[in-house]
Ligand binder design. Structure first.
Ligand code: ZN
Length: 465
C-alpha cells in the first residue's frame, strides 16, 4: 500500500470564529495547531462536549498560536482526555495561558455550580468541562519556543513561530514537513494590526505551499479615525451625567489597549481624570505580564515603549482583587470607569456590573471587542432592550456604544496585505476563523487580487496536502 499523504483536518474555526483547531497528519506524525474552545451559539458550544475526534494520546505535539480561549481553551480537556505530549508556544503565550486556562476552568466550575443551585441545567448535576486544576495541569505542558527558531516537534515535522502582533505572545505557525518533497504549511493564527498600541506589526508569512489565514474581519475595514473620539465622547458624557462607564474587555490585551488609550486621552485633557477600576483577577494577572514585557523590553514590544510600563496607567488606576470590593464597586456611585471581563459578557465579574448598571440611562457600556453572534455582548450590540443575566431579565437603558475599531484583529485589507507579503505564491489558501460571510468575502478577494486558489473549508473537512 502506498504511504498515506499528509492531510489537514479542520476540527474547528471553519465557517465560524471560535474553536480554532487544525490537525496535521503525516505518515509519521500528528500535530494539532491550536486547541480552542467553541464559543457563541449553543450548537457550537455543544461541540466542546463531543469526544475529541482522534485519540488524544495519538498526537505527537500541540502548537498554540496565542492565549485566547478560542485558541487554547480546549487544551485542559485534551489533557484530561489523555494527551501527555508537549505543547509548543512562545514565552508570552506560555505565561498568559498559565493565567487564562485555570481561570477558564474556574469559570466553568462556577457556571456548573450556579446552574445546580438555581436548578436551570438540563443535566443533573451540571458538570464543568474541566476544572481550575485541569487548567493548571495543562499549562504546565507548555514548552516555550523563541520566535524565529526552527525546532523539530514531531517525527519529520519542524516548527517556526513568527510574530503575529495580535496580543502578547501571539504567533503565526510554520510547519515544515520533511520530504521529499518538503512541504510547508503556514497557519496565521489571529493577526494583529500595524497600529497595535503596544506591539510590533505581524511578520510576513514564511514561504508556504498551503496557507491558513484568519478571516474574523474578512468582510470589513476598521475605521480607526473614530475610536479615540468615540471613547473620549462616551467617557466624558457619562462622567457629566454622573454615570458609570462599563467596559467588558477580554482580560488579555484589550484591557491593556483600553488603559493605554484612556491614558492618552487623559494626558491630552480629552477626558476628565476619573478612577479607572480593573475588576478581574485574570485581567490583573495578565496586566502584570504586559507590564513586565514592557519593562523588560521584549522583542515583540514596540521599541519606543520598551522600559515604559507606566504607559498602562491612566492616572487613577485601581486594581480590584477582592470579591467583596468588586461587590461594593457594583453599588458605588459614579462617575468612574470599570474595565472587567469577560469581553463578550458571557461570564465573569462584568455580569454583576451589567446587572447593576444596564437599567440606568446615565451609564454607558462600551463594547470594544469582537462580539460573537449568540453572546450577550452581541445582543447588546444588536440593540436588544433586555438581556438575560444570571437567570433573570435586565432592562437595557444604559447607552450601548460600539467601539469595535479597538480591534486587535487585522481588517480585510490588512489580511490581504499580509498574504501579499508572502515570499512565494502558495498552492492554496484556506480562509478560516471567520463567520461564513466574512470568510467567503475574504476568499473571493484573495482570488481576485492575488490570483491564489482560496476556499472556506467546512467543519471537519479533510484536505490532502
Ligand atoms: Zn485572538
Amino acid at each position: 500500500m502506498a504511504p498515506a499523504a499528509a492531510t489537514l483536518r479542520f476540527l474547528g474555526a471553519a465557517g465560524t470564529v471560535t474553536g480554532s483547531r487544525f490537525l496535521l497528519s503525516t505518515p509519521s506524525a500528528r500535530v494539532l495547531v491550536d486547541c480552542g474552545l467553541f464559543q457563541g451559539h449553543k450548537a457550537l458550544r455543544l461541540r466542546n462536549w463531543e469526544p475529541f475526534p482522534v485519540k488524544p494520546e495519538g498526537l505527537h505535539a500541540v502548537v498554540l498560536t496565542h492565549a485566547h480561549i478560542d485558541h487554547c481553551g480546549y487544551l485542559p480537556a485534551l489533557v484530561r482526555a489523555g494527551y501527555r505530549g508537549p505543547v509548543f508556544a512562545t514565552r508570552g503565550t506560555a505565561e498568559l495561558a498559565a493565567i487564562v486556562l485555570p481561570d477558564s476552568g474556574r469559570l466553568q466550575e462556577e457556571d456548573a455550580s450556579f446552574a445546580n443551585r438555581k436548578g436551570f441545567s438540563k443535566h443533573e448535576p451540571a458538570l464543568p468541562l474541566y476544572t481550575e486544576q485541569d487548567g493548571r495541569v495543562a499549562a504546565l505542558a507548555i514548552v516555550p519556543v523563541p520566535a524565529g527558531a526552527e525546532r523539530e516537534i514531531a517525527p519529520g515535522v519542524r516548527l517556526v513561530l513568527r510574530r503575529a502582533g495580535h496580543i502578547l505572545g501571539a504567533a503565526s505557525v510554520t510547519l515544515v514537513l520533511e520530504g521529499p518533497p518538503e512541504r510547508r504549511l503556514v497557519v496565521s493564527g489571529d493577526l494583529g494590526r500595524p497600529g497595535h498600541p503596544l506591539l510590533r506589526a505581524p511578520e510576513p508569512p514564511d514561504a508556504a505551499d498551503w496557507l491558513l489565514v484568519e478571516s474574523t474581519y474578512g468582510d470589513r475595514e476598521h475605521d480607526d479615525s473614530r475610536v479615540a473620539d468615540d471613547l473620549a465622547q462616551a467617557v466624558s458624557e457619562t462622567a457629566q451625567r454622573g454615570g458609570v462607564v462599563v467596559i467588558p474587555a477580554f482580560a488579555v490585551d484589550r484591557t491593556e489597549g483600553v488603559l493605554f488609550q484612556l491614558r492618552e486621552l487623559a494626558a491630552h485633557g480629552r477626558i476628565p481624570r476619573l478612577p479607572v477600576f480593573v475588576d478581574s483577577p485574570m485581567a490583573l494577572a495578565a496586566l502584570r505580564v504586559y507590564r513586565r514585557a514592557l519593562a523588560e523590553g521584549w522583542d515583540e514590544v514596540r521599541p519606543e515603549l520598551r522600559g515604559r510600563d507606566d504607559v498602562l496607567d491612566p492616572g487613577g488606576l485601581e486594581e480590584v482583587r477582592d470579591p467583596r470590593a468588586s461587590r461594593a464597586l457594583c453599588e458605588a456611585p459614579g462617575p468612574f470607569v470599570v474595565v472587567s471581563a469577560s469581553g463578550m459578557a458571557t461570564g465573569g465579574r462584568v455580569l454583576h456590573h451589567l446587572i447593576e448598571r444596564l437599567p440606568d440611562p446615565r451609564n454607558s457600556v462600551l463594547l470594544v471587542g469582537y462580539q460573537v453572534a449568540g453572546t450577550r455582548g452581541h445582543r447588546l450590540l444588536s440593540g436588544e432592550r433586555s438581556v438575560k443575566l444570571l437567570g433573570r431579565y435586565v432592562p437595557v437603558r444604559a447607552q450601548i456604544r460600539d467601539l469595535s475599531g479597538f480591534s486587535v484583529h487585522a481588517d480585510a485589507s490588512e489580511l490581504t496585505g499580509w498574504l501579499a507579503s508572502a515570499r512565494q505564491a502558495p498552492r492554496g489558501v484556506f480562509a478560516v476563523h471567520g463567520e461564513q460571510a466574512a470568510a467567503a468575502t475574504l476568499a473571493a478577494r484573495v482570488e481576485r487580487e492575488l490570483g491564489w486558489p482560496t476556499v472556506v473549508p467546512a467543519h471537519d473537512e479533510r484536505i490532502q496536502l
